[in-house]
Design a protein around this ligand. Structure first.
Ligand SMILES: [Zn+2]
Length: 159
């Protein structure tokens, strides 16, 4: 699987993210691909309304609980987080494989080497697909309108 295919496929999901975070996601895709692990981006920016709908799932709405975060309580809501899924390549097609295995852990390690925080390290709620980059900002600060830096950060972070 060529990295360019994966990158092209990821662009739409990455479009709402902070440029620094989007660039880290691209690096993660490239590095994982170079090790023979194709990943896709399943979630990027999630609006507060979308987050509230997700939070309702398994609580006031049917389904399985998938998040512990209400709207405004996830870095996804501020364009600072994204989720991935490791894929198998079956006859040239990408098939998401949600079974957390050695490859998922390797993707987590690569993400961390890029400075990302990995949800697979969380103690209470293991969120293996999840990566975030907070700029040292808390969710309370972000809810209060504090913004991460913008200036050419994406370029500077590039390697
Ligand atoms: Zn996530």
């Amino acid at each position: 699987m060529d990295a360019s295919v994966l990158l092209k496929r990821a662009e739409k999901k990455l479009s709402g993210l902070h440029p620094v975070v989007a660039e880290k996601a691209r690096q993660l895709i490239k590095k994982a691909c170079a090790e023979g692990i194709p990943i896709i981006i399943t979630q990027g920016l999630r609006t507060i309304e979308e987050q509230n709908r997700l939070y309702a799932q398994g609580r006031t709405k049917p389904g399985k609980i998938v998040t512990n975060a209400r709207g405004g309580y996830s870095y996804h809501n501020f364009g600072l987080a994204f989720d991935v899924c490791v894929c198998d390549v079956v006859k040239g097609n990408l098939v998401p494989n949600w079974k957390v295995d050695r490859r998922w852990h390797r993707v987590g390690q690569i993400g961390k080497s890029l400075g990302l925080e990995w949800g697979g390290d969380w103690r209470r709620f293991k969120d293996y697909p999840h990566f975030q980059y907070t700029f040292g900002l808390t969710l309370a600060q972000l809810r209060n309108g504090k913004k991460p830096p913008i200036v050419n950060a994406a370029k500077r972070e590039k390697r």
